[in-house]
Ligand binder design. Structure first.
Ligand code: FAD
Ligand code: DLZ
Ligand code: SF4
Length: 512
């Protein structure tokens, strides 16, 4: 008898566990474009187009491979708009003895799948997602009894487990686990990056672009130009281009930000990796091969591998370890509304305007832009984490809650009180000026803390420190900051706090 195998938009891997043991003659694979998933947060137009085009191409590949596929398009007249409705319709049409699905990347959907055990008339098997390099059980075992869950130690275990960048004696390649000290260079004058790929659009992709234009016109973001890879072979081209051309300088400019250069030496693979078009181990192994072949230096290769083998797996572990309570955390009790300029880029702060504009154009910004520009501003200004997290979830093509939430709530906002980060990533304009050329063209003056044209990040930084001194007092990594604040003359401290109040006024009346 038939088994119905449901595949979600971020499960587009031929090796996905829900397809293990498939009977090509009897079983039916279901993929469905459903309105509920596109609008529960109003995803960026490019993100929806990327996912629908990738789903349709993946379905074609499964069919070419001899599998029976039931593909439901968004504008199918009978489309019920939800996963549950589509699974019920498929059960009616195919009469399966069982439904199999791989665990989703969001707690919200896990709950829905669990409810199917009672609401559907056939048994449902939810399989673990073997594409990740650490299972959620493995992560829980690692986390057990640890006071602090530091990524670095988890990462070392993962290096050993997968024999990545290890020498013959079982020691880390080059003698060190982490080469970050050699990375993070400020951008040199005139730093640009090589031209990035653009993929030819198939009839399928053109159809999807028309559909998205028509149905999601009011969503954030520009749909055109659309350069995304939408098949595994195109995603592999992106990966190979990165490894061959950009990886050697990845480490050096990992944290750099340059006006008009959204990508620099970043890989741009997160959307493909998270959707399943690429797999984490193959990426790490390819990067390692580049090091062994002498085409990329160790600092770049180690830094890149750490992001995938370390950070990505660690972040997922944190999500499943702490959900559902995690999403409710708000360590600083931050409650200010998300400013309009997160949608319009209409602010005199050149750094924020640039990152929001780029996000609107590409559904992408790189890590330091997410962390130290839009994230840092939200942290300093005390923006409500729920609103910030929703913004990050919908604007980026690579965002699913398992990866977006711990990065935003934990890393950027310190809203989890230190589960992910050992201290808040709060920074004044000085850091932004060191790592970017944004300040050169800004209305505000980065060296100034007081006055009409003083960089807003400066007063907001000290105001954040002063506001939260009690909450952060016990933090081992912050005494120097508090000592500096407390040593300042009282009139200077008062002036800074007054400047911060004026900045908040401007924020509230839309003139910042
Ligand atoms: P590169 O800089 O080339 O890095 C290589 C790969 O490492 C990435 O493709 C990604 O798969 C992985 N990686 C790097 N850092 C992280 C990290 N902290 N967590 C997980 N994976 C990581 N990443 C997402 O994939 N989805 C998100 O929704 C997301 N939201 C974020 C929100 C905030 C506030 C912050 C600070 C970071 C977020 N990240 C997220 C992590 C990181 O910013 C992106 O993975 C990265 O910018 C993607 O671009 P890239 O592929 O060019 O990455
Ligand atoms: C993000 C998204 C969107 C926009 N649309 C769909 C869809 O139509 N069908 C689908 O299977 N998945 C979609 N997704 C992804 C889900 O909302 C969800 O984030 C992931 O499947 C979690 O694993
Ligand atoms: Fe951003 Fe301040 Fe620099 Fe302007 S001066 S770009 S607001 S850091």
């Amino acid at each position: 008898m038939t088994i119905l195998r449901l595949i979600l938009a971020d499960q587009l891997s031929a090796s996905i566990s829900s397809l293990h043991g498939i009977d090509r003659d009897k079983d039916v694979v279901l993929l469905c474009e459903v309105m509920a998933e596109a609008i529960y947060v109003k995803h960026h137009k490019k993100k929806i187009a990327f996912l629908f085009a990738s789903m349709r191409h993946f379905a074609e590949e499964l069919k070419e491979d001899g599998l029976q596929v039931r593909y439901i398009k968004l504008d199918d007249p009978d489309n019920t708009a939800t996963f549950e409705g589509e699974v019920k319709r498929a059960i009616k049409a195919c009469n399966p003895k069982q439904v199999i699905v791989t665990e989703p990347g969001e707690y919200r959907l896990q709950r829905i799948f669990q409810s199917w055990q009672t609401t559907l008339k056939v048994p449902v098997e939810v399989r673990s997602d073997s594409r990740f390099l650490a299972s959620t059980d493995e992560f829980s075992v690692w986390a057990k009894d640890k006071k602090q869950l530091r990524m670095e130690f988890f990462y070392r275990d993962m290096r050993k487990k997968y024999h990545i960048l290890m020498d013959a004696e079982g020691k880390p390649e080059g003698g060190q686990w982490n080469y970050d000290k050699e990375n993070r260079k400020p951008p040199q004058q005139g730093l640009t990056s090589p031209k990035r790929m653009s993929h030819q659009k198939s009839t399928i992709t053109h159809e999807v672009l028309q559909l998205v234009e028509k149905k999601f016109a009011d969503h954030f973001g520009h749909l055109q130009p659309f350069h995304f890879a939408v098949t595994r072979s195109q995603a592999l081209m992106e990966l190979n281009h990165f490894i061959g051309t950009l990886l050697p300088r990845f480490g050096d400019y990992q944290d750099a930000m340059v006006m008009g250069e959204p990508y620099l030496y970043h890989s741009l693979i997160s959307a493909y990796l998270n959707a399943g078009l690429l797999l984490p181990l193959e990426i790490c192994q390819l990067a390692e091969q580049a090091y062994r072949a002498g085409t990329a230096p160790l600092n770049a290769v180690e830094g890149f591998i750490r992001q995938i083998l370390g950070w990505r797996e660690y972040i997922r572990g944190i999500y499943w370890l702490h959900m559902p309570q995690y999403a409710e955390l708000n360590f600083f009790a931050a409650k200010r509304q998300l400013p309009d300029f997160y949608w319009t880029a209409n602010t005199k702060m050149a750094c924020v305007a640039e990152v929001v504009q780029q996000t609107e154009d590409h559904a992408y910004s790189h890590h330091i832009q997410r962390l130290m520009i839009t994230g840092n501003f939200a942290l300093l200004a005390g923006i409500n984490p729920v609103e910030v997290c929703e913004w990050y979830l919908l604007v980026y093509a690579d965002a699913y809650e398992w990866v977006e939430l711990p990065n935003t709530l934990g890393m950027a906002l310190y809203g989890d009180g230190g589960i992910v980060g050992s201290k808040p990533y709060a920074a004044s304009g000085k850091y932004i000026n060191r790592m970017s050329n944004y300040c050169e063209s800004c209305y505000y003056h980065v060296e100034e803390t007081l006055g009409e044209r003083a960089c807003p990040f400066n007063a907001l930084y000290w105001d954040f420190i002063a506001r939260n001194q009690n909450k952060l007092q016990g933090n081992q990594r912050m005494p120097y900051v508090f000592a500096t604040w407390n040593k300042m003359a009282e009139d200077k401290r008062n002036a800074i706090r007054k400047q911060a109040a004026l900045t908040f006024n401007k924020l509230d009346n839309g003139t910042l």
